[in-house]
Design a protein around this ligand. Structure first.
Ligand SMILES: C[S@@+](CC[C@H](N)C(=O)[O-])C[C@H]1O[C@@H](n2cnc3c(N)ncnc32)[C@H](O)[C@@H]1O
Length: 224
């Protein structure tokens, strides 16, 4: 399905070619998470992903699908994957093909209704918000406006996003931030923890936001 998407939104997804996805786990999840963003994948992000994973799960902004590939599942597991980029959907679905994941090509900022009326008990949003252009209050609110409609009551939306310049990135982080923001791969210069929390509070209850290294980890529930 071909969507009309604006250029800023497209830039945050277009970089994920099959070649980039091949290097992604090593460069981003292995090296950058430890040395630039100071939020290690195996000891912090993976356990956080698994903590809220339910038997009826939607992963949004899937990349290589590392977190799903390293999780265990219930016998009746249902998984849906949503991404703007077909390469990401193909890469993330391959390791969990036995679960017959539902693939949804959709732009989280300009949705075309591809989610229909489906609801999930958990929705993950890892390293997607910092790829989106614009102020986090607005881009997060746009994403949550869509996703809260697809969460069951009492269900959990959770994720992680790299914070902006105010968190005093280290030498490597500053260079990566400058390069990625210039190229439109990131749009997070001004992203703050408190703006993220405000956007979550508009749609959800039991909002929990914390910072690990230069990364915000968040979870929230949908109330009645
Ligand atoms: C940095 S990767 C994150 C991958 C994985 N969740 C992780 O944490 O390693 C961002 C993913 O979000 C997707 N993406 C970027 N902009 C998007 C948008 N506007 N709508 C949906 N997906 C988008 C990209 O194609 C890519 O697969």
């Amino acid at each position: 399905m071909q969507h009309k998407v604006n250029q800023g939104t497209r830039d945050g997804a277009a970089v994920y070619s099959p070649l980039v996805l091949k290097a992604y786990d090593l460069w981003v999840l292995g090296f950058s998470n430890r040395y630039a963003w100071q939020c290690p994948t195996r000891s912090v992000l993976l356990p956080f992903f698994q903590q809220h994973l339910s038997a009826n799960h939607l992963d949004v902004g899937v990349g290589t699908g590392y977190y799903l590939a390293h999780s265990s599942f219930s016998a009746k597991q249902k998984i849906a994957l949503l991404d703007l980029n077909r390469n990401s959907l193909a890469a993330a679905s391959a390791p969990i093909a036995h679960l017959l994941p539902l693939l949804i090509q959709e732009d989280i900022l300009n949705p075309n209704g591809a989610l229909g009326n489906q609801k999930f008990d958990s929705i993950s949003l890892f390293y997607l918000l910092h790829c989106l252009p614009g102020n986090i209050r607005e881009k997060a609110a746009q994403a949550f406006e869509l996703l809260h409609q697809h969460l069951t009551v009492g269900g959990t939306l959770y994720g992680a996003t790299i914070l902006g310049d105010h968190v005093a990135h280290n030498w490597l982080g500053r260079r990566l931030m400058r390069l990625y923001n210039k190229k439109g791969i990131f749009g997070n210069h001004d992203d703050t923890l408190s703006d993220l929390e405000s956007a979550l509070t508009r749609y959800f209850t039991k909002v929990n936001v914390r910072q690990h290294g230069k990364v915000a980890l968040f979870s929230a529930e949908l109330a009645n």
